[in-house]
Design a protein around this ligand. Structure first.
Ligand code: ZN
Ligand code: CA
Ligand code: ZN
Length: 345
């Protein structure tokens, strides 16, 4: 397996013409994450647009330099083609094992093209982690799916692994049989596979590196499972990496990030659509004077604004929401994007 030791160059300052083991580490890193040709791209169903032809191993050649420039450009680093400190510092950060892809012209998020043909998705656990109780893992996974469910028509439910769930969840260390071995503590934290048709049975599957210390507590004393699970499920639903550093789909882990950025919402809605019906009780409702603006908080979803163009007007819509809240009965809402456009109670 490619360990962290073989993946991250140990020194800064590498440049064209240099040779040796450290150049090879740099090339391994650039191959692993999509900047040089390697089988990794096909394994994860990622296009080859960003990848340079294979370089001469152990020699900092033109291809290596071009790949490093692409990496620097992708992450808004000074584009020097040399391994400067800022570039190496980023490479030492833990991240997702899914390779990076070229950005489309019009957006930062990348919707790769594959999607599930059903909106009712099922997940199952193949292996748990000894770091946490099964109940803790289940809570983190269900919450992480909930972020995506809150802004799309998708629903997620657990079924036994024997009943063929679309999304299989595993904690595994090192080589675990899918051609993408994990690398020990640090480095790659997890990876996931796109929806069909890529990969056959492995489509949608999500693997976490058991060599990491997984946690669910805040402040985090290890790697936050909520954050990494939510990121990986983005891939399992058809999103690639975003270059927006505040997005959940940004590849590098920077501590707990338990929410979707607008970029993530735009990305997932570009695949599955923005309009959805939800039937929920309301945890809270709120309005400004004369129902000028109104909001409701469907349980487990978060604040949703009543659309100014709401079918029945903001005042009537808010009245229905208040009635639902007061009687603690579920309201059926049509939500477009993040706005409530219609309510039935
Ligand atoms: Zn990722
Ligand atoms: Ca790792
Ligand atoms: Zn795997």
């Amino acid at each position: 397996m490619t360990t962290q030791d073989e993946l991250v160059p140990k020194s800064t300052g590498l440049k064209k013409g240099d040779t040796g083991a450290d150049v090879e580490r740099l090339q391994n890193y650039l191959s692993q994450f999509g900047y040089l040709e390697s089988p990794v791209l096909d394994e994860f169903g990622v296009d080859h647009a960003m990848a340079q032809e294979e370089p001469e191993h152990g020699t900092f050649d033109d291809r290596t330099e071009e790949a490093l420039r692409t990496f620097q450009e992708h992450y808004d680093l000074p584009v020097t083609g040399k391994l400067n400190k800022a570039t190496r510092d980023l490479m030492t950060k833990p991240r997702c094992g899914f390779p990076d892809t070229a950005e489309p012209v019009s957006a930062e998020f990348v919707a790769q093209g594959n999607k599930w043909s059903t909106t009712t998705l099922r997940y199952g656990f193949v292996e748990f982690t000894p770091d946490l109780s099964q109940a803790q893992v289940r809570a983190a996974v269900s919450t992480a799916f909930g972020y995506w469910a809150a802004v799309t028509p998708l629903t997620f439910g657990e079924i036994p692994n024997a009943s063929n769930p679309e999304i299989r969840i595993r904690f595994a260390a090192g080589n675990h049989g899918d051609g993408s071995p994990f690398d020990g503590p640090g480095g790659v934290l997890a990876h996931a596979y796109y929806p069909p048709p890529n990969g056959g049975d492995i489509a949608g599957d999500t693997h976490f590196d058991e060599a990491e210390t997984w946690t669910v507590s805040l402040p985090a004393t290890g790697i936050d499972l909520y954050t990494v699970a939510a990121h990986e499920f983005g891939h399992a639903l058809g999103l690639a990496h975003s270059t927006v550093s505040g997005a959940l789909m940004y590849p590098y882990y920077g501590g707990p990030h338990r929410f979707l950025h607008q970029d993530d919402i735009d990305g997932i809605q570009s695949i599955y659509g923005a309009q959805q019906w939800m039937t929920k009780t309301l945890a809270r409702v709120y309005t400004t004077p004369h129902s000028k603006n109104a909001w409701a908080y469907p349980t487990g979803v978060g604040w949703r604004k009543v659309a100014p163009t709401s079918t029945d007007g903001v005042t009537n819509t808010f009245a229905a929401l208040v009635q639902a809240r007061a009687s603690d009965k579920p309201a059926t809402m049509l939500v477009t994007g993040t706005e409530i456009t219609s309510v039935y109670f």
